[in-house]
Design a protein around this ligand. Structure first.
Ligand code: ADP
Length: 275
């Protein structure tokens, strides 16, 4: 008998198990990832929060294949099945990244000499331009309000517009996962809200998976769930939390500091209005 099928199966986009990362050695060693395990659901918007130095950026870079952990495994769900990042060569990692991962940086990281359109298409042109879905490109550009800015270079654009170009660049190749590291960190409130709305749209309308680091509880409240880090571990996962609930959880994480969960099991909190 065939197993029952769910109309809405929950897939994992990324799973990380027992990640460790150590910088330096001896008394001065810094351990941004300490046996960290986490999984992110496909087609959802997840925020990653935690005190400064808790390992958020390191985790994002390692999950996105921009850096390698000292130990542990990362499995990425791709169109052709699950791919383990462990043991891939630099070249293989680059190919997996290009095909499956979008990254949005706090500082936009656009190429100054290229127009907005060239920047948006850069990842697809690097992979031979094979995957340019012009219809999806137009849809993303329209939704991001960039149609009349495509010929502009980054210095001719505001910070908010530059970040919108960076968001479009991360979305157009329809990657399995879009990572965003403090994407609103350099923006004023209006431009920041716009970028958050676009990330929400990427999930709700384009079916993409977004994982975003933020220190801002209001920004994290836009996500479906929030993973809270402290001292290189996951200490709590909150589903649909409100901004005040997140602010309180952040304060607790900051004050508990290295106390962390001795058991290695994080708490799961269901809260707030369902989206
Ligand atoms: P967060 O994003 O939560 O602020 P990070 O992941 O940036 O935390 O950093 C975690 C810890 O690792 C910090 O103490 C930081 O100084 C340290 N760290 C990060 N990158 C490096 C590096 N390349 N060399 C040495 N230490 C690093």
């Amino acid at each position: 008998m065939k197993p029952p099928t769910s109309p809405n199966p929950v897939h994992e986009a990324v799973r990380a198990e027992s990640l460790t990362k150590v910088y330096g050695a001896g008394d001065t060693a810094v351990k941004p990832l300490q046996e960290l395990s986490v999984s992110f659901t496909a087609g959802r918007f997840t925020a990653v929060m935690g005190p400064s130095g808790s390992g958020k950026s390191t985790l994002m870079h390692v999950l996105a294949g921009l850096d390698v952990p000292d130990s542990g495994t990362i499995t990425l769900a791709t169109e052709s099945g699950p791919v383990s990042l462990a043991g891939l060569s630099e070249k293989q990692l680059t190919l997996v990244r290009r095909a499956n991962i979008g990254f949005i940086f706090q500082a936009y990281n656009l190429v100054p000499a290229m127009t907005a359109e060239e920047n948006i298409l850069l990842p697809t042109s690097l992979s031979g331009g094979r995957n340019v879905d012009r219809e999806f490109f137009d849809q993303v550009v329209d939704r991001l309000g960039l149609a009349d800015r495509l010929g502009h270079r980054p210095f001719e654009l505001s910070g908010g517009q530059q970040q919108r170009v960076a968001v479009a660049r991360a979305l157009v190749s329809r990657p399995a996962v879009v990572f965003a590291d403090e994407p609103t960190g350099n923006l004023d409130q209006t431009a920041g809200t716009e970028v958050l709305d676009l990330l929400r749209t990427a999930v709700d309308e384009f079916g993409q998976t977004v994982i975003m680091v933020t220190h801002d509880a209001t920004a994290a409240a836009q996500a479906d769930s929030t993973v809270l880090l402290s001292d290189g571990r996951v200490v709590e996962t909150l589903h649909h939390p409100s901004a005040p609930q997140l602010a309180t959880a952040m304060l607790q994480a900051a004050s508990s500091g290295s106390a962390g969960p001795a058991s290695g099991h994080d708490r799961v909190i269901e809260a707030g209005p369902q989206r």
